[in-house]
Design a protein around this ligand. Structure first.
Ligand SMILES: Cc1ncc(COP(=O)(O)O)c(C=O)c1O
Length: 420
């Protein structure tokens, strides 16, 4: 299949930008809030502008060369230190990575290397998770040759601890829990799970990719957040995405470890090629310093005070969204969402029809999750917050149309979560 040829001549800026903006015209209008709960975290234009300034200013910086770019070294060190402080670690170590998937990959890699030294009885490493854990764990397992067991969750979508414990054996190197889960927005029982892991000398990872830079501020605001961070004994690593509730431009996450000694299991250290010793802490070789600089810029710009303000607004919207969904006859929330993400289902109606109805009204709607069939959404972006009333009104009307049987929606153009 060929639908584009390498251009023989260059294109002037004006025509170039025009062509690119034309291509963009089919993209989802997230700025108008039409993307309720996927792909884009957005606080406000001032935050975006600070990140964009840093991306431009540091566009050439390469985090592969911290000696040449000490600014990037400082920014990364600060970001890891700030994350450790927010996650209540006295000491620790970590890195800024390209995103949640890489942070989880590095935690799994570190756990595997740690086990090689400390759990020599392990024949083939295994990770044991609840079914709701993000696919990034299986991706890491595929690259790192772990076996993976996922256990069915309880009816409230939390981990079935008994079922999970039954799967632990002498090859189990890694256990993990989500804080919160992407699909239902509930927290796994990190305290109990990490306790079991600690007793058996199993590495425990908290996946706080979504919640890591929101929960600390929600807690400061006085909300009841289940335990998830380094205060919990047994938690050895945490993934937390700067490009989610850190509100930095995409391509930034933190993987944090409870003990500086774990760093040596994280790094790749190689000395058998023509150029001499080559050491990296993360998956990439050349690594955009711009993303690190932009994440630092946004954090320094907002500070604790700024994040608190945003968190307060998001919490207000979350309450309104939960109340709004609960007030619509015909749909029900799945479990008790504990942060900003949630899912709703229907016992009486076809949820695919509801998704298609919302899609026909301009809301980019990703195909429902399968079991139970449910629509996932959340307050990722304050742009969605601005139009949430309209979303709830459309949901109410679509549900009514389907209940009255006067409308059949075609569930053909729903989005997917990831694609080849
Ligand atoms: C709980 C959780 N873990 C991991 C990830 C993966 O993050 P990323 O898409 O940045 O790789 C996500 C993404 O939404 C997530 O929600």
């Amino acid at each position: 299949m060929k639908n584009s040829s390498f251009p023989l001549e260059g294109l002037g800026e004006e025509a170039l930008f025009e062509e690119m903006l034309a291509a963009k015209s089919d993209d989802v209008d997230w700025r108008a809030g039409k993307l309720p709960g996927f792909y884009v975290h957005f606080a406000n234009d001032a935050v975006k502008d600070v990140g964009m300034w840093a991306l431009r200013e540091f566009h050439a910086s390469n985090a592969l060369g911290p000696g040449a770019f000490p600014s990037i070294r400082k920014f990364e060190t600060d970001l890891v230190q700030w994350a450790l402080e927010l996650f209540n670690a006295d000491v620790g170590c970590g890195s800024v990575t390209s995103g949640g998937t890489e942070s989880i990959f590095l935690a799994a890699k570190t756990a595997r290397e740690w086990a090689k030294e400390n759990r020599p009885e392990v024949e083939r490493p295994k990770m044991v998770l609840s079914h709701s854990a993000h696919p990034a764990f299986n991706k890491a397992a595929k690259y790192l040759e772990f076996d993976v067991i996922r256990v069915e969750p309880r009816s409230d979508f939390k981990t079935d601890i008994e079922a999970l414990t039954a799967e632990l054996d002498s090859d189990t190197v890694l256990m993990a829990g989500s804080a919160p889960q992407f699909t239902y927005g509930v927290f796994d029982q990190i305290k109990e799970l990490a306790g079991i892991a600690e007793e058996r000398d199993i590495w425990f990872h908290t996946d706080a990719c979504v919640g890591g830079f929101f929960s600390p501020f929600a807690e400061q605001l006085g909300h009841d957040i289940p335990p998830w961070d380094f205060r919990v004994p047994g938690v050895r690593s945490i993934s937390a995405d700067l490009h989610k509730y850190g509100f930095s431009p995409k391509g930034a996450s933190v993987v944090a470890f409870s003990d500086p000694a774990y760093h040596r299991y994280q790094v790749f250290d190689f000395n058998d090629w023509s150029r001499g010793r080559y050491v990296t802490s993360t998956f990439a070789g050349t690594r955009p310093g711009a993303n690190i600089a932009a994440a630092w810029a946004v954090m320094r710009y907002l500070g604790n005070e700024g994040y608190l303000e945003i968190a307060a607004r998001i919490w207000e919207l979350r309450e309104k969204l939960i109340d709004g969904i609960r007030s619509i006859d015909g749909v029900e929330l799945c479990g008790e969402p504990e942060l900003t993400l949630m899912s709703y289902r229907s016992d009486s109606l076809d949820i695919y029809q509801i998704a298609a109805g919302l899609s026909s009204r301009g809301w980019y709607t990703v195909a429902p999750s399968p079991n139970p069939p449910a629509i996932n959404l959340g307050i990722l972006s304050l742009a969605f917050g601005e139009v949430m009333d309209a979303y709830l009104q459309d949901l109410r009307e679509v549900v009514k149309q389907i209940q009255q049987g006067d409308h059949v929606f075609e569930a053909t153009d729903l989005g997917s979560y990831g694609a080849a």
